[in-house]
Design a binder for this molecule. Structure first.
Ligand SMILES: Nc1ncnc2c1ncn2[C@@H]1O[C@H](COP(=O)(O)OP(=O)(O)O)[C@@H](O)[C@H]1O
Ligand SMILES: [Mg+2]
Length: 274
C-alpha cells in the first residue's frame, strides 16, 4: 500500500440566519485509483504516439529506398526495349514493365500517404497556376496525357493561402484520374480546373468529360484500395490519400459523376492562416 493517496475534497459553507458562515462541511473522497488509471493512460498514449511516429518514419525511409532500385530497373527496361528484336521478347518485357510500373505507383502512393500524415501543415501564398503546373509535371508519363486538353478557368494571378505540398498532392491525384479515365473515343477529352473564393473558403473543382462512375460505386471511391474500374493500373489509394490530405487542411471533398458523361470533384478548404 502506498503512503500517499489522492483525495478530492468539496467544502460546503453552512450559514446561520444572518447568512454568516458558521461551519464548513468537508467531504473527501479517495481518488487514488482514478488518478493512477489516468496516469497509466497518459503514459500509454505517449508510448503509442512514439511508436506511431517511428513506424511512419520507417515506412517513409523504406519506401524511399525501394524507389531507387525501381527507377534503375525502369531505366534499364527503357534502354532494352529499344534494342531487342523479336516480338516475344518485346511482349515479355512489356509485362515486366507493367508490373514494375504498378509497384512504382504503389511505392509513390505510400510515400504520399506517409508524408501527408507525418509532416506538419505549413501555410503559404501560392499561385494556383504554379501549383497546377507542378502537379501536371508529375503526370507526363500517363498514357493519355497528350490527348486530354487542360482547361484553366481561373486568372493567372489567382493565388491561395494553403499548404503547398498538400494542394499539389490533391491536384495531382484528381488530375491523374481525369486523364486516366478520359473517354478516348470522345472528340475533345478535357479536364477543366476552376477556382474561386467565397465566405473565407476556397473552392477548387476538377471536372472531366470522361467515362464517369456508376452510381452504386460512388460511395466507395474514397475507400482505401477501392477501384471502380478493373482495367486500371492504379492502386486504389489515390482518392483515399486525397481525402486524407483534404482532411488535414480541414476541408471537404465531394463528387458528382454520371457514367459516360464525366465526373466533377469539388474540394472546399478554409483560407489558411500564415
Ligand atoms: N475522374 C474519374 N473518372 C472516372 N472514374 C474515376 C475518376 N476518379 C476516380 N474514379 C474511379 O474511382 C476509383 C478510385 O480512384 P483512385 O483512388 O484514384 O484509384 P486508382 O486511380 O488507383 O484506380 C478508380 O479506380 C476509378 O474507378
Ligand atoms: Mg487514382
Amino acid at each position: 500500500m502506498s503512503l500517499f493517496f489522492w483525495i478530492h475534497t468539496t467544502i460546503v459553507p453552512i450559514f446561520d440566519d444572518k447568512k454568516t458562515p458558521v461551519e464548513f462541511l468537508l467531504i473527501s473522497n479517495d481518488i487514488t485509483e482514478r488518478k493512477e488509471a489516468e496516469e497509466k493512460l497518459f503514459n500509454q498514449y505517449n508510448e503509442l504516439e512514439t511508436t506511431n511516429e517511428e513506424l511512419d518514419n520507417f515506412v517513409y525511409s523504406v519506401s524511399h529506398d525501394l524507389r531507387a532500385p525501381l527507377t534503375s530497373i525502369l531505366g534499364v527496361l527503357n534502354v532494352v526495349a529499344d534494342e531487342v528484336i523479336g516480338e516475344d521478347v518485346k511482349k515479355y518485357l512489356s509485362y515486366i514493365r507493367a508490373s514494375v510500373d504498378k509497384l512504382d505507383n504503389t511505392v509513390r502512393d505510400i510515400i504520399d500517404y506517409s508524408r501527408n500524415s507525418r509532416t506538419q501543415v505549413r501555410f503559404k501564398k501560392i499561385k494556383i497556376n504554379r501549383a497546377l503546373n507542378k502537379a501536371l509535371s508529375g503526370l507526363t508519363h500517363l498514357e493519355n496525357f497528350e490527348k486530354v486538353k487542360i482547361i484553366r478557368e481561373f486568372d493567372q494571378s489567382d493565388s491561395i493561402i494553403t499548404d503547398e505540398y498538400r494542394l499539389i498532392l490533391i491536384l495531382k491525384n484528381l488530375l491523374a484520374n481525369s486523364i486516366k479515365f478520359c473517354k478516348l473515343k470522345s472528340k475533345n477529352p478535357y479536364v477543366k480546373i476552376s477556382f474561386f473564393k467565397s465566405n473565407g473558403k476556397y473552392a477548387l473543382t476538377v471536372e472531366d468529360n470522361g467515362v464517369g462512375i456508376e452510381d452504386e460505386k460512388i460511395p466507395y471511391i474514397f475507400n482505401q484500395f477501392y477501384k471502380a474500374t478493373e482495367n486500371t493500373h492504379g492502386t486504389g489509394l489515390g482518392l483515399y490519400i486525397t481525402k486524407l490530405a483534404v482532411k488535414r487542411l480541414k476541408g471537404d471533398i465531394k463528387v458528382i459523376s454520371k457514367q459516360r458523361r464525366g465526373s466533377t470533384f469539388k474540394v472546399t478548404i478554409p483560407v489558411g492562416k500564415k
